[in-house]
Structure formats: structure tokens, C-alpha cells
Design a protein around this ligand. Structure first.
Ligand code: 1GP
Length: 246
């Protein structure tokens, strides 16, 4: 079974899936591996690894270390073409379709493609959409693009529809890591009505209740990262997983 099939099955059986994002820049290497193991034991359905920068020296080593200790899929969520590792189960092959910067629409993808092919990493095509969140996020700065305004749901709908027509497998509605405001429930349900591919929602989700609302609005997968960096696990992963799985 491919990783995409695995995560789609999670959606089918549990109603929605919960992904824990680990940014290697925000954790000490040993803490990071521990968190990934805990997350996989506490009900997360996949571990995402990646970040806007990833300054830490050995991305590959890190992915390898995590991979051998967890049961759930390890998916790279790359901030750039340098974040590729043969030890991952899959990579979200993102195209930043909310922006008009060719580097993040196709440039980084062309650079990353040969390594992905050579290492036979499963590439999952994802339409990546930044949604305005109340403050400037790292993703906006690093990609040099403008997010879709919160009060322009029609642009978000049309962009997600275009992703589906282009054959992308998933759409990621992203408020940005540590966003002041997560993607609104209204925007999620609005977009959901216009596309049949699953929606991933992340950025600024701080409570299990908020995660539950995202699922009720139409998210098939919910991602959290920052909240665990700020509060530690302390049972939080379990609570998030239960809220998402309903
Ligand atoms: C960021 O959507 C992810 O790319 C997760 O965001 O770190 O705010 O949970 P947070």
C-alpha cells in the first residue's frame, strides 16, 4: 500500500487524520526523536518532518533515526528542495499555488525531482495554499508571496478547484506555523463544497477543540506543530488525536 493510500484509508476509517509536524530547527535531536515516537504511540496518524529553513546539519540522519522508531508513516513536508531523504515514506510534493512566485510553483520541484526519483521516494502532489492569518508568517517571507486574504473565500475556492483539475491529490490550507489565527471554519467549509480531493488544514491550531472544529468544517487532515513546541506533549497529542478522530 502506498503512503497516500494509507492516509486516505485513515480518513475513511477514522473520519479524519491527525498529523504531527516536527520542525528540526525547533527541537534538540534527541527530543525530536522522542516526540515522534510519542506522537506515533499516542494516536497521530503520520509524522511530518520539515520547516521553512531547516538549519540543522543532517536532515537525512534525522529522518533515518525517526523512521526506524515509528510505526506510522513519516512524510517530508519540505520548505525547500534540500529537504529530501531516502528514509522517508513519502514527500509532500508541494506547489505554492496561492502565490505567483515561479520558484515555489515549479522551480524547487524541478530541482528536487531527480533526487526523489533516484531514491524512489513516493511523491504526493499537494496544492499548497497560504491563507492570511493576522500576521506575517515565515512561509510568506521565505516564499516571497502574498497569502490569500481571509475575506476572499472565492479566490481560495477557485485556487483549490484549479489544484484538483491539475491532478493534485490533496489541498493544504495553511495559515502558517504559529499563526495568530488558524484558517477559519467558514473558509474550510466553503472550499470543501467545491473540491472532492481531501483538505489538510494547519497553522495556529492550539486546542483539541479547535482541531475538532476544523474537521467538522471539512478538513480531512489536521496538522499541529507549534503547540507541542510551546506546551510539550503532556497528553496533548492524545487529546488532539481523539478530537480529530471524533
Ligand atoms: C505549519 O501547518 C503547520 O506549516 C503547523 O502549524 O506550527 O502553527 O501548528 P503550527
Amino acid at each position: 500500500m502506498t503512503t497516500l493510500e494509507r492516509i486516505l484509508k485513515i480518513k475513511e476509517t477514522k473520519g479524519a487524520g491527525y498529523f504531527v509536524l516536527i520542525d528540526p530547527d525547533k527541537w534538540q535531536p534527541d527530543e525530536l526523536v522522542k516526540l515522534a515516537v510519542q506522537a506515533s504511540e499516542d494516536g497521530a496518524d503520520a509524522i511530518l518532518v520539515g520547516g521553512s529553513l531547516v538549519l540543522s546539519a543532517s536532515f537525512d540522519e534525522l529522518v533515518k533515526k525517526i523512521k526506524y522508531q515509528i510505526e506510522v508513516p513519516l512524510i517530508i513536508f519540505p520548505g525547500s528542495q534540500t529537504q529530501v531523504s531516502k528514509y522517508a515514506d513519502a514527500i509532500f510534493f508541494l506547489s505554492l499555488i496561492s502565490g505567483r512566485n515561479p520558484t515555489y510553483l515549479i522551480g524547487e520541484q524541478v530541482r528536487a525531482a531527480p533526487a526523489i526519483k533516484a531514491h524512489r521516494i513516493e511523491a504526493i502532489s499537494v496544492g499548497y495554499m497560504l491563507i492570511e492569518s493576522g500576521s506575517t508568517t515565515s512561509a510568506e517571507v521565505m516564499s516571497n508571496t502574498q497569502p490569500i486574504p481571509r475575506d476572499k473565500p472565492d479566490i481560495a475556492k477557485a485556487t483549490a478547484m484549479a489544484a484538483e483539475f491539475m491532478g493534485m491529490k490533496l489541498v493544504y490550507l495553511e495559515a502558517g506555523s504559529g499563526a495568530q489565527r488558524s484558517v477559519s471554519n467558514e473558509l474550510i467549509s466553503g472550499v470543501k463544497k467545491y473540491v472532492s480531493i481531501p483538505l489538510i488544514v494547519g497553522g495556529g491550531i492550539r486546542t483539541p477543540e479547535e482541531a475538532r472544529q476544523k474537521v467538522a468544517a471539512g478538513a480531512s487532515f489536521v496538522v499541529t506543530g507549534n503547540v507541542l513546541e510551546k506546551k510539550g506533549n503532556n497528553g496533548l497529542i492524545k487529546e488532539f488525536a481523539e478530537a480529530v478522530h471524533g
